[in-house]
Design a protein around this ligand. Structure first.
Ligand code: K7E
Ligand code: CUA
Length: 680
């Protein structure tokens, strides 16, 4: 490191840090050959094996929800075992169960840009009650094509995705207030907004400074069913907005956003956005914003954004296109928004459990500034301002600063808190987790992690009363940690015991794609509510078949609807004739099982989508357009019983215009017996 920094001598320090950030990748992880021999094991607890061992048949203590980054999914791991429990597809198609392929779910991925089967998912946030996680829903952001999604933790399914208008890079998102009054979602990129016509307008990139604006969306959440609705937006100065966090306790009415590029550079931001010594931490009083919006301060502009919801009864996703959005201008809403000067290009903002301290993680800064909420309140009263930006007052730095953690490490990115008054910050460049005391700002402990950590999580670490005990740090680089797998290696999470004075490394586990933020919650807040199966008598799908005697195959023009059933171990019908080349065949498969953990799969040769996996009691629709005449087998893909391999059938496809009559059957064309008991 010294040598590298030496080579940068003579360059501006900020540039050195920028280069160090980039170069850190080269500096680490070269400690072994590539034969899978051990890498560094510093800091591993003596009782590590015992501490993470969850005996066969036993359950983990916590669920953790890790973002999948560029895989567009959420991965659920048990803590402390690090066992993968579930992959929840959100923004990405998932062939394993047909999400995003099946006719039920395709609408979930609709946007104003058309069907988008992918996004970059960074921040899972659990729903709240009284400032504590309540285990009902998980909100996540789509970074690339701005979207916020909601996962229902009864079913571990994505049930809602809402596009965010007037945004371009939904990164500081989604941040629930203490009772989910609002989910806040800020744009990373500022863009020229066309207030007359709506949406992003056409402007020269040379006009960045004058024309570009950011937006922060206020999404309302229905208390009973969690449904989201975009209430209004605040159009903010044209900076880049990076991360956000809600206040709690005394600061519960406030939300904080880090910004960078207060220079408003439109190109080569790597340098252009690092000129100013200070950028800002934006503070918005969400309650006051809501009041202004309710009291008629809001303007309205045209918009065009999709809101997709999974219907509870039919299990079919439907899209609604919204055409308007309300917005507030901070310059017209005094007292609603302030700017705190923060060290240049800050990344994470984290508020401690008491709600008094706001920690800004300045990735290029040499110290960790901690702001005081009570000082901020006083500064508002005293008008301790140092100018303004777009009519938004900027505080004097010293009027709001509580203090700085000196020499915390290099490249601080994110902080979480335990329940004993300590903060834990990730240092990307020096590759460590640093524990420090929130009151006296003294560094208490450091633990090397492997390598280059981004986010970290402590269960409940962003709530009013953290669970403590564990910390999971998510690392960007894993070279030498696992057996090599070619040029691409998995990212890594590391589980750390934080119950004592010293942090102790317990476990490495590889993660799917790239985790950014993650959250965890005690298992007993989620597990008891888990849905075991869907009740058949509550299935409202229009093509649901509740009994084998009601199955049908009907033709309407060139569409053939097959209303069919699955139960261990056959489909009804399993013989279909009279389909013609080029027909659109819709297989609506109802799974008649009423028991836990008995899905059936359905797949047919030549289908251009995926299988569909049907949960007990649900109906799923798979679309298929046969391209040539012949016999096409279909079968169940999920090994559901001893006779699973027999769970199959045939479709006969005849030439276009042939006179093969449409018919269907199961068994010897005899009357079908009623559904029999399971064959196991
Ligand atoms: Cu730091 Cu997108 Cu939250 Cu990644 S972000 S690390
Ligand atoms: Cu049903 Cu295998």
């Amino acid at each position: 490191m010294k040598e590298l920094l030496g080579r940068f001598n003579g360059l501006k320090t900020q540039l050195v840090l920028v280069l160090a950030l980039t170069a850190s990748v080269m500096l680490q992880g070269c400690s072994t050959d590539n034969n899978g021999t051990d890498a560094k094991t510093e800091g591993v607890a003596e009782n590590a094996a015992e501490a993470v061992y969850v005996a066969p048949g036993k359950h983990d203590e916590l669920y953790s929800f890790l973002s999948g980054g560029f895989n567009g999914q959420v991965s659920v791991y048990g803590i402390p075992s690090g066992r993968l429990l579930k992959v929840i597809p959100v923004f990405s198609q998932f062939p394993e169960n047909g999400y995003g392929y099946s006719e039920n779910s395709r609408a979930m991925l609709m946007t104003s840009h058309g069907f988008i089967p992918w996004d970059d998912l960074h921040h899972p946030k659990l729903s709240r009650a009284d400032g504590m996680t309540d285990g009902r829903w998980l909100f996540v952001n789509g970074n690339n094509t701005p979207r916020v999604a909601r996962i229902d933790l009864k079913t571990f399914e994505t049930v809602e995705i809402m596009e965010i208008p007037n945004s371009a890079g939904n990164h500081c998102s989604p941040y629930p207030t203490n009772n989910n009054e609002y989910i806040l979602a800020g744009t990373r990129f500022s863009v020229p907004l066309n207030l007359e016509k709506g949406g992003v307008g056409d402007a020269s990139l040379d006009e960045y400074k004058e024309k570009f604006r950011g937006s922060i969306s206020f999404i309302k959440v229905d208390k009973e069913n969690g449904d989201m609705e975009l209430d209004f937006q605040v159009l903010v100065p044209g900076f880049d907005y990076d991360l956000a966090n809600g206040g709690k306790g005394p600061s519960g009415d406030w939300v904080f956003f880090t910004t960078y590029n207060s220079e408003k550079a439109g190109t080569l931001k790597e340098l252009g956005a690092s000129q100013n010594d200070r950028d800002y931490l934006a503070a918005i009083n969400w309650k006051m914003a809501a009041k202004y919006a309710a009291e008629g301060k809001a303007h309205e502009m045209p918009a065009n954004y999709y809101h997709n919801k999974l219907d509870h009864g039919t299990h079919v996703a439907k899209s609604t296109v919204k055409k308007k959005v309300r917005y507030l201008l901070p310059e017209e809403c005094p007292g609603m928004m302030y700017l705190l000067p923060a060290p240049k290009s800050p990344h994470g903002i984290d508020v401690d459990p008491t709600g008094e301290y706001m920690v800004v993680n300045g990735k290029l800064a040499s110290s960790l500034p901690v702001f005081s909420f009570s000082k901020m309140q006083k500064a508002i009263n005293d008008k301790a301002f140092d100018g303004e930006v777009n009519g938004i007052p900027v505080f004097k730095y010293d009027a709001v600063l509580y203090g700085e953690v000196k020499e915390p490490g290099l490249g601080p990115l994110h902080t979480e808190f335990d329940n004993k008054g300590n903060g834990y910050s990730t240092m990307f460049v020096s590759s460590e987790v640093v524990k420090w005391n929130v009151k006296d700002l003294k560094v208490l402990d450091r633990l090397p992690v492997y390598y280059s950590p981004g986010h970290l999580l402590i269960p409940g670490g962003d709530t009013r009363d953290p669970y403590g005990k564990y910390l999971v740090v998510m690392n960007k680089i894993t070279k030498d940690r696992y057996l090599p797998t070619g040029p691409e290696l998995l990212h890594s999470a590391q589980l750390i015991d934080i119950s004592g004075e010293k942090m102790k490394m317990l476990l490495d586990f590889p993660t799917l794609a790239e985790p950014h933020y993650a959250q965890a919650i005690a298992a007993d807040k989620v597990a008891p509510n888990s849905t075991k199966f869907f009740k058949l008598n509550e299935n409202k799908h229009p093509n649901a078949v509740k009994s084998e005697k009601d199955v049908s195959v009907t033709r309407t023009g060139r569409t053939v609807n097959v209303n069919m059933t699955s139960i261990r171990s056959h489909f009804t019908p399993d013989n279909i004739e009279g389909v013609q080349v080029g027909d659109t065949v819709m297989f609506h498969v109802t799974n008649l099982e009423q028991d836990w953990d008995v899905p059936h799969g359905f797949a047919i040769m030549g289908a251009n989508n995926a299988e569909t996996l049907i949960m007990p009691g649900a109906t799923q629709t798979l679309k298929w357009v046969p391209k040539g005449p012949g016999i096409y087998p279909f079968y169940c893909t999920d090994f559901c019983s001893a006779l699973h391999q027999e769970m199959q059938g045939y479709v006969r496809v005849s030439a276009r215009g042939s006179n093969t009559p449409l018919k269907f059957s199961t068994g010897e064309k005899k009357p079908v017996p009623p559904a029999t008991a399971a064959v196991n």
